[in-house]
Design a protein around this ligand. Structure first.
Ligand code: FAD
Length: 533
């Protein structure tokens, strides 16, 4: 008996990772239906809203704020969306629109290094992945080519003993962007301090690529690239649609239905008015990022025989050195973040303390700096002069740290409900001594930065950990179904036709931004499913 399905594959979530998996499947002739909780948005409309906003302080205030698709920043629906029950407050800045969160990302596109996959066997901490760097390498290369990644083939990105590292089977598709004068000054100072300053691989086009124009340095990557030079999730979704995938916006998945043989036979969705629909497919891929994916699984009671769904939640706990330096170095030209120091990314100390990398912001928080002066009573012509003086001297360096997968750091279901009557996410997050010991090393480096940059005023508290909007680990990968949720192919141990395309499958966080590794896994998963159908 033949059974009529809505699609070969349903993908829940039309962000960058869902989009890449969808394109892979559609290009191989499979019918793909992408269910996306949020609406479609246009770059030009977002840009107009951003321009018209009196305050440019928030990264996502001008993205749609909807009752049925709450994001995580400010707004009546979003403010209460995440419930924090652990010691650390964390409201990762996720967007619910076609294209997802990467509309307002920075597009740093790093590979993991081989040792990131073997923390337990090399350093006796965390977990090992059930795959290694070599297995992912061709997929890293493909993801870089699809997205037009720029970087330097000569750089040791950490752990290579000064030689180009990690190994690459193909050069970067695009060369690095020219360094802004601010970043040149920072690079000189870092070199004087004995660090190896390298390029940050990223997705701003440095030559016309795939219809995208060259980055013109608007310094606006986050919250929105005004010219579409930076690759964002909407572009991945457009590529999937061109290959034949269908996208249903304003469609919130709320239940996965189990059938015979442990298979998932349907996805139940709600429209903005609450109307429910049942949709069927041979395979289901969850690509709703690392908070909504486990939330949907917990709501549906699927994939959780290990009791690991939602646990092992990881971010990059970060310490920030933010000051007014002695000299006018004029940040705020070129991309809003450029270059990196990865010297502390790997090594024997990882058995005791978290590895980390340095991120160099190049933006100016005019509003924050002006408010500080107003509080001091500065007004009139002096205010203008002091704003100019302080903005030119603003320096912000982040130590972005790895975090171990701990069962106690988790997302589960809150008793609170959203406008559709669905539970909201409840988050418990904390840092442990592994991070605190890493923080001591960063603290000593900060003192050296202080002398090199000639600090005048410290603006923040360099000892307080903040969590980045890099969400990982909550449906962790492993060989053992008793202690993990998915296998090396991102297939859930419990359901043979349920896969996960999300950084939620990571078994370690590394020190670097996660999305390239998520992209490589998603492309690989797309190929795996295409072979099986
Ligand atoms: C300010 C900022 C800067 C960042 N910078 C970087 C960077 O430089 N480099 C990097 O690697 N990473 C960066 N990140 C992280 C990066 O944005 C994410 O890793 C990436 O977007 C994850 O892609 P995704 O497709 O898994 O999830 P998303 O992009 O979040 O997409 C998931 C989609 O699923 C949809 N969805 C959710 N729930 C449901 C449901 N129930 N039903 C249907 N659809 C649903 C959502 O609406 C969304 O569209 C940054 C994040 C932020 C906030």
């Amino acid at each position: 008996m033949s059974v009529e399905m809505d699609a070969d594959v349903i993908i829940v979530g039309a962000g960058i990772l869902g989009g890449l998996a969808a394109e892979r499947l559609a290009a191989r002739g499979k019918s793909v239906l992408m269910l996306e909780a949020g609406p479609r948005v246009d770059r030009w409309r977002l840009l107009e809203s951003f321009r018209n906003m009196p305050s440019k302080g928030s990264a996502d205030a001008f993205y749609p704020e909807l009752a049925y698709a709450p994001k995580s920043g400010g707004g009546p629906y979003s403010n209460n969306y995440f419930e924090n029950v652990g010691p650390m407050a964390w409201r990762p800045s996720v967007l619910r629109v076609v294209g997802g969160t990467s509309w307002h990302w920075s597009s740093a596109f790093w590979r993991f290094v081989p040792n990131d996959f073997k923390l337990r066997s090399l350093y006796g901490v965390g977990r090992d992945w059930p795959l290694d760097y070599g297995m992912l390498e061709p997929w890293y290369t493909l993801a870089e080519q699809i997205t037009g990644c720029s970087g330097s083939d000569a750089d040791d990105q950490g752990g290579g003993g000064g030689k180009p590292f990690p190994p690459r089977s193909a050069p970067y598709p695009l060369p690095p962007l020219a360094r802004s004068s601010y970043i040149q000054a920072v690079a000189e100072k870092m070199t004087r301090l004995g660090f190896n300053f390298i390029e940050e691989p990223h997705l701003r086009a440095t030559r016309p690529y795939g219809g995208r124009p060259v980055c013109t340095g608007n310094n606006n990557c986050s919250p929105l690239c005004p010219i579409g030079s930076m690759f964002t999730g909407d572009m991945a979704v457009t590529r999937a649609e061109r290959a034949g995938a269908k996208v249903m916006p304003d469609t919130v998945a709320y239940r996965l239905e189990k059938g015979a043989g442990g298979k998932i036979v349907a996805v139940h969705t709600k429209a903005p008015d609450g109307k429910s629909t049942r949709r069927t497919a041979r395979y289901v891929v969850l690509a709703a990022h690392a908070l909504e994916t486990p939330k949907l699984m917990l709501m549906s009671e699927v994939g959780n025989s290990s009791d690991q769904v939602g646990r092992n939640l990881m971010s990059h706990p970060s310490l920030i050195w933010e000051v007014l330096g002695k000299d006018a170095l004029w940040p705020g030209r070129g991309p809003s973040q450029q270059g990196s120091v990865n010297d502390r990314r790997d090594g024997a100390e990882r058995s005791r303390s978290a590895a980390f990398k340095y991120i160099f912001n190049s933006h100016i928080p005019n509003q924050q700096l002006t408010q500080r002066l107003l509080k001091q009573g500065v007004i009139g012509r002096e205010l203008d002069e002091r704003i100019r003086h302080d903005c030119a001297r603003f320096i912000s360096i982040i130590a972005g740290m790895e975090q171990l997968p701990l069962a106690s750091n988790r997302i589960d279901l809150s008793d609170r409900k959203d406008a559709l009557g669905l539970p909201t996410p409840r988050i418990h997050m904390d840092v442990d001594d592994y991070n605190r010991r890493g923080g001591l090393i960063a603290g000593r480096d900060f003192e050296r930065f202080e002398r090199e940059f000639g600090m005048q005023v410290e603006l923040g508290d360099r000892k307080i950990f903040r969590l980045a909007s890099h969400i990982m680990g909550s449906t962790i990968m492993g060989d053992d179904p008793r202690t993990s949720v998915v296998d090396a192919d991102c297939r859930t141990h419990d359901h043979p036709n349920l896969f996960i395309a999300s950084c939620s499958v990571f078994a370690s966080s590394s020190t670097v931004n996660p999305t390239l590794t998520g992209a490589a896994l998603s492309l690989r998963l797309g190929e795996q499913i295409a072979r099986e159908i």
